[in-house]
Design a protein around this ligand. Structure first.
Ligand code: NAD
Ligand code: IPM
Ligand code: MN
Length: 348
């Protein structure tokens, strides 16, 4: 089990330390960890956010554990040198097109949801976000209009193969969950979304056991706070999935809780929290490491088939939250290290 460890920027190294301590506590045999530079730290050290060495390591590794990238001191760089290009570059270079972002309400945290406790209580959903296409990867640039105005543009597109493969992932996920799939698009306005909807409907013929519905993204954002319990699996494009998953995180209490797995046709998966480098709290030791630690659990499950160990971590995280071991993001006093300590104590 060769794992590339990319801690990155801001709170990335703080939360990664705790995830590595948790993995260590499991005493897994045959674990090889290879740390490498990524993001703003890589730019500052070697002039590129995704150095060749890091990319080659990731291509060789069995899995990638990724902290976060993003550094305000890099925000004025040319786009291809910004830290965020590292994660986009990895997703693209490794063909990681399927991003799984689960969100489940833990009873102990129901008062921490941004929603009323009784509304939030029902949340148990999985966002399947397409990760290799959409407006993220289309032609983009700055130009000048005929009248001399500066104009920015980003082309949104999906081809049918890209939609079909993510649809299959989502239907399969629904089959082993609650059997419901909600496809989120903006087909009332966007041609990209019309194709998305057509292809999802075509694909549904192969999954008669899954109940499919379609929802416009504006309504989905509203339904997610009105009655989030209606959702089982949600499948959507790259941009809508980015936004809806941050929203879902506050519905279950904090963005510091949501993990993700990015999978492709190859065998290497990338595992990262859905949040970013949180520059506003970086260096203070107060970040919530749960999303990072739960991402390591997803890695054990999806890359290494270690379901039992994955569940052990998930149960330990649930237990400490249940015991009131909460960070500042959840109204508590515990710091990053103390949360890590408590999880490890549950494990051993
Ligand atoms: P963010 O997710 O980093 O932070 C948003 C808010 O949530 C902040 O107030 C932050 O303090 C808080 N937060 C996030 N994670 C937390 C945690 N684990 N514990 C406690 N609080 C937490 O989003 P942002 O501020 O919009 O972006 C900051 C930087 O991160 C930007 O450069 C952005 O591009 C980048 N980013 C990277 C990723 C990634 O690496 N995959 C994801 C999102 C944003
Ligand atoms: C995420 C992040 C990234 C995205 C950024 C940092 C490129 O917001 O992983 O959710 O937009 O995909
Ligand atoms: Mn995001």
């Amino acid at each position: 089990m060769h794992i590339a460890i990319l801690a990155g920027d801001g709170i990335g190294p703080e939360i990664m330390d705790q995830a590595l301590r948790v993995l260590d506590a499991l005493n897994l045999p045959d674990l090889k960890l290879s740390p490498a530079l990524v993001g703003g730290v890589a730019y500052h050290a070697v002039g590129h956010p995704l150095p060749d060495d890091t990319l080659s390591l990731c291509k060789e590794a069995d899995a990638i554990l990724f902290g976060a990238v993003g550094d305000p001191s890099c925000d004025a760089l040319e786009r291809h040198l910004r830290p965020e290009q590292a994660i986009l570059g990895l997703r693209s270079a490794l063909g990681l097109f399927a991003n799984l972002r689960p969100a489940k309400m833990l009873t102990a945290l129901s008062d921490m949801s941004a929603l009323k406790a009784e509304v939030a209580a029902e949340i148990d959903l999985l966002i399947v976000r397409e990760l290799n296409g959409d407006v993220y990867f289309g032609d983009k640039g700055m130009r000048t209009t005929d009248t001399g105005l500066r104009e920015g543009y980003d082309i949104m597109s999906y081809n049918e193969d890209e939609v079909r493969r993510i649809a299959h992932v989502a239907f399969k996920a629904a089959q082993v969950r609650g059997g419901k799939l909600c496809s989120v698009d903006k087909a009332n306005v966007l041609e990209t979304s019309q194709l998305w909807r057509d292809v999802v409907i075509e694909t549904s013929a192969q999954y008669p056991d899954v109940a499919l519905e379609h929802m416009y993204v504006d309504n989905a954002a509203m339904q997610l706070v009105k009655s989030p319990g209606q959702f089982d699996v949600v499948v959507t494009g790259n941009l809508f999935g980015d936004i809806l998953s941050d929203q879902a995180s506050m519905c279950v209490g904090s963005i510091g809780l949501l993990a993700s797995a990015s999978l492709g046709e190859g065998t290497c998966g990338l595992y990262e929290p859905i949040h970013g480098s949180a520059p506003d709290i970086a260096g203070q030791g107060i970040a919530n490491p749960c999303a990072m630690i739960l991402s390591a659990a997803m890695m054990l499950r999806h890359s290494f088939g270690l379901e039992e160990e994955a569940q052990k971590i998930e149960q330990a995280v649930a237990a400490i939250l249940d015991n009131g071991i909460l960070g500042a993001d959840l109204g508590g006093q515990h710091n990053c290290q103390q949360i890590g300590d408590a999880i490890i104590q549950e494990l051993v």
